[in-house]
Write a protein that binds this ligand. Structure first.
Ligand code: C2E
Ligand code: MG
Ligand code: MG
Ligand code: MG
Length: 281
């Protein structure tokens, strides 16, 4: 009986997997037509100085404007795009669109801030620094106005490739941040060697401060370490004034979170930039 039950359970899991594969394949097809039908949007979340609350940069965050279902968040489709490989053309589109928008803002006379784009592990593995550079050049942008956010996992999957791409990006002047820092398992010896500009402290640690002692220690250690390594540091997911006060006390200079601004469409983001109109020459 046990054997028969085990066999049946196997059949059950096989069916589950087959169903999942079918769902992912269907979603992959929908994502591909969404790109053709121009249903993807970027929203921009401000990164803000804790010293004067000035705008320091934007992070571009992907949304799928689905005619039937409304705005779909990236958590619902990025993992599938990563699995099927569609993330590579989709990621190229994101970088191109962020660059196009940055060019529009420059042409409107804005005093620009860097725009950061998320690069998934598979996208990083399939592209070279020159591939990224070509997209930035297509829009005649100074490389310092574009930042790429990569996770520790993306680096650790293929360290040699990541090192060479990041090194070349740094030489070109394109900024690189490590996203969700503290949740991966990159070793400190690699961190020391990585050609990056910024560490973004993961939201899960910020969530607990200032109350949770463990989170407070981790956050303060990351900030001290970034300082020693000469890296900028951004705290992600800051929602409360007490969190901002705690971070300021630790000399963390930049935050990104609901307290200082939610992700907004480009036309709303323009409002934040217009406070930074260039002085007439
Ligand atoms: P991430 O890169 O760590 O982006 C930050 C996420 O935290 C965003 O979620 C943002 O809306 C959210 N967030 C910001 N401040 C707060 C806060 O104060 N409280 C809370 N609870 N959340 C906050 P979003 O836009 O849903 O994106 C989720 C993840 O999806 C991103 O995490 C990133 O890993 C991925 N993603 C988004 N856009 C892209 C993209 O264009 N390409 C790739 N490869 N991944 C993307
Ligand atoms: Mg990010
Ligand atoms: Mg993050
Ligand atoms: Mg994340």
């Amino acid at each position: 009986a046990a054997k028969r039950l085990g066999g049946r359970r196997h059949a059950f899991f096989r069916k589950e997997l087959a169903d999942q594969a079918r769902r992912h394949l269907a979603l992959d097809g929908e994502l591909r037509s969404a790109l053709v039908n121009k249903q993807f949007r970027l929203h921009y979340q401000p990164k803000v100085s804790l010293i004067d609350y000035g705008l320091q940069g934007f992070e571009a965050l992907l949304r799928w404007d689905n005619p039937g279902q409304g705005m779909i968040s990236p958590g619902e489709f990025i993992p599938v795009a990563e699995e099927t490989g569609f993330i590579v053309p989709l990621g190229d589109w994101v970088l191109d669109e962020a660059c196009r928008q940055q060019r529009v803002w420059l042409d409107q006379g804005m005093n620009p801030v860097p725009v950061a784009v998320n690069i998934s592990p598979r996208h990083l593995r399939h592209r070279t620094a020159d591939d990224f550079r070509r997209i930035v050049d297509r829009h005649r942008l100074p490389p310092e106005l574009i930042e790429l956010e990569i996770t520790e996992g993306a680096v650790m999957q293929d360290i040699d490739h990541a090192m060479s791409v990041l090194g070349a990006l740094k030489a070109m002047g394109i900024r690189v941040a490590v996203d969700d820092f503290g949740t991966g398992h990159s070793s400190l010896s690699y961190l020391k060697k990585l050609p990056i500009t910024t560490l973004k402290i993961d939201r899960s640690f910020i969530n607990g401060v200032p109350q949770e002692r463990e989170d407070a220690s981790i956050v303060s250690t990351i900030i001290a370490m970034a300082d020693m390594l000469g890296l900028d540091v951004v705290a992600e997911g800051v929602e409360k004034t007490e969190q901002a006060n705690f971070l300021r006390h630790l000399n963390c200079t930049q935050v990104q979170g609901w307290l200082t601004g939610r992700p907004v469409p480009a036309d709303t983001a323009l409002g934040l930039l217009t406070k930074r109109l260039k002085e007439p020459a």
